[in-house]
Design a protein. Structure first.
Length: 292
């Protein structure tokens, strides 16, 4: 981790002009330039750590191939519909892949605080919101790279390759933005890298476990149904599952998320991670402006 951070390009900021004397166009240009530099910083970090990309693909593949094949064999589903449970698990594998950028971007902020780079960003004549957005966009783009890698091997889950996968990729970018924003909020509070990894990993695991990624969200006991349907990640998983091309569900009507007999539209489901990302970005910007 230390080696990767030392390779990251330094943050270059605009000349220290008095913000009140700058025009609206100049301030917009500085905001875009700040976001672009921080986005590029995340891309450089990703490029210099190819092992991170490989490991980001291994875990989702194990989740789909090993767990999916085992449960197919145990339940007899594999005799009826080839790779049916693998296809059902595939949206969960995508979610697992995009969780990694949230942890990585948050760790970079915690590390920047330790080496003093965070203080340099704070004293620069830059808007805090543009810094947070640049980091969040970098994390979302990294999530998109992970998503492309997982979608490239969708054939192992009997997912057909079609233009609909582009829509799935857009959903992955949105979910990656949500995870990254949550990671930034956590990074503004936690000062230890080790503590950050443990806390964020343990927090994200229940979200995935209670999202319907491994079992249908309908017909559950009362307490479990309330938890699953209150989980914002449930709506993201269901949106991806309904967007993937081909028959990727085990009995479509039984596995689609239903709220009192009503199936919410995909666009409405995507509003849940979008709103959560917006709230988390606002909180992160506020916390960033108060960081020491």
């Amino acid at each position: 981790m230390t080696k990767v951070e030392t390779r990251s390009p330094p943050l270059k900021v605009a000349p220290a002009t008095v913000p009140g004397t700058a025009s609206a166009v100049q301030r917009l240009w500085w905001d875009l330039r700040t976001m672009g530099l921080l986005w590029w910083r995340e891309m450089v970090r990703l490029r210099h750590n190819p092992l991170r990309l490989v490991m980001g693909l291994v875990t989702p593949l194990l989740f789909v191939v090993v767990l999916g094949t085992g449960l197919d064999a145990a339940s007899g589903l594999g005799k009826v519909e080839l790779h049916s449970y693998r296809a059902y698990l595939f949206p969960g594998a995508l979610i697992m892949a995009v969780q990694a950028p949230a942890i990585a971007v948050g760790i970079s902020i915690v590390w920047d605080r330790r080496v003093g780079l965070l203080r340099q960003m704070l004293i620069a004549p830059l808007r805090r919101s543009s810094i947070v957005l640049g980091l969040a966009l970098g994390g979302a783009t990294t999530a998109g790279v992970y998503g492309i890698m997982v979608l490239a091997v969708a054939g192992v889950a009997s997912i057909s390759y079609s233009p609909a996968l582009l829509l799935v990729l857009l959903e992955v970018l949105l979910i990656g933005l949500m995870f990254t924003a949550i990671g930034l909020v956590a990074a503004m509070t936690i000062r230890s890298v080790d503590t950050f990894q443990v806390v964020v990993s343990l927090s994200l695991l229940p979200l995935l476990f209670f999202s319907g990624a491994m079992f249908p969200p309908n017909g559950l006991p009362g307490w479990l149904s309330i938890i699953v349907k209150s989980n914002p990640l449930t709506y993201a998983v269901d949106a991806i599952r309904r967007t993937l091309p081909g028959d990727v569900t085990l009995g479509t009507n039984q596995t689609r998320l239903m709220l009192s007999g009503w199936v919410p539209p995909v666009l409405l489901e995507l509003c849940v991670p979008l709103c959560l990302a917006a709230i988390a970005l606002a909180v992160a910007s506020h916390r960033f402006s108060r960081a020491e």
